[in-house]
Design a protein. Structure first.
Length: 276
């Protein structure tokens, strides 16, 4: 009877630890949301205010001071186009590496991954000079190209892992039926790897949306993304915390909602083939 009523200590510890980690992770986001509805004086109050009368003035001022819809449109266009372009390049590359391997395939994959280890600032000067010479500064095209190249190694690696989990016998059967390489790729491989393609696209869409370094250095008024909108609330006089928080909420809200509704597909794609 005592054993039956014994409290599961291990489960309780794991539950408390999970809630603690969750609170630590989400506290900055919650505090950002609270600050967005404060006045500037309330935002810098010491001690911090947890009970206050919320206001929407910050959101109105952000929209009046900056064209939020233009920044959001730039973020949407550059993120979507860079993701689609990246998938169009990464899928054939991953297909070739997964099913037509050579002695250098592994070295090539490692070299592609190593490019992500280099600080972005190390490539800033040459990319800036190229964009300036080509007349692409402060254009969406420059951001699309840079976002695509930045995420391409991740895309190739993810799709390569997805394609490797597909039995090659399926493709061999298609070849025996007379399918060309293009038909094999488009009509057989891509439908089988649709979950991986979706997961790769979703992840790289989020990465492109959140990209700040290249957005701030290659764009300004015309092609500036939401990262540029947030940075505009930093001035020599200091930070306008309430307005900065409101701009940040307006910038992250679309991608947070998108991620929330697509989390199931993202997790399924990322874990595809993990359990044998």
């Amino acid at each position: 009877m005592v054993n039956a009523l014994r409290f599961p200590t291990g489960l309780a510890v794991r539950t408390v630890a999970a809630w603690a980690v969750t609170l630590v992770i989400f506290f900055p986001l919650g505090w950002l949301l609270l600050t967005a509805f404060k006045t500037e004086l309330q935002a810098i109050a010491v001690p911090p205010l947890f009970v206050f009368e919320p206001t929407l003035a910050n959101f109105s001022e952000v929209q009046q001071r900056s064209d939020y819809l233009l920044y959001a449109q730039n973020s949407l266009i550059t993120s979507v186009l860079s993701t689609l372009l990246g998938l169009a390049i990464a899928a054939p590359a991953a297909y070739s590496m997964a099913f037509f391997r050579s002695r250098r395939t592994r070295d090539l994959l490692m070299w592609m991954l190593s490019t992500k280890m280099m600080p972005a600032v190390g490539a800033l000067v040459p990319i800036y000079v190229i964009a300036q010479t080509a007349g692409l500064l402060d254009t969406r095209l420059a951001l699309v190209v840079v976002f695509t190249l930045s995420n391409l190694p991740i895309m190739v690696w993810m799709l390569y892992s997805q394609f490797k989990d597909i039995p090659p016998e399926i493709l061999e059967a298609a070849r025996m039926d007379g399918a060309t390489l293009w038909q094999e790729f488009r009509q057989v491989l891509l439908p089988l790897a649709m979950g991986g393609l979706a997961a790769t696209g979703l992840l790289c869409l989020v990465l492109a949306w959140n990209e700040a370094f290249w957005s701030l250095n290659l764009s300004s008024a015309k092609a500036g993304t939401l990262a540029a909108l947030i940075a505009s609330y930093s001035s020599p006089e200091g930070l306008f915390w309430a307005k900065l928080s409101a701009a940040s909420v307006m910038a992250i809200a679309p991608i947070v909602v998108f991620g929330w509704f697509s989390q199931k597909q993202l997790v399924q794609g990322l874990t595809f083939g993990a359990v044998k």
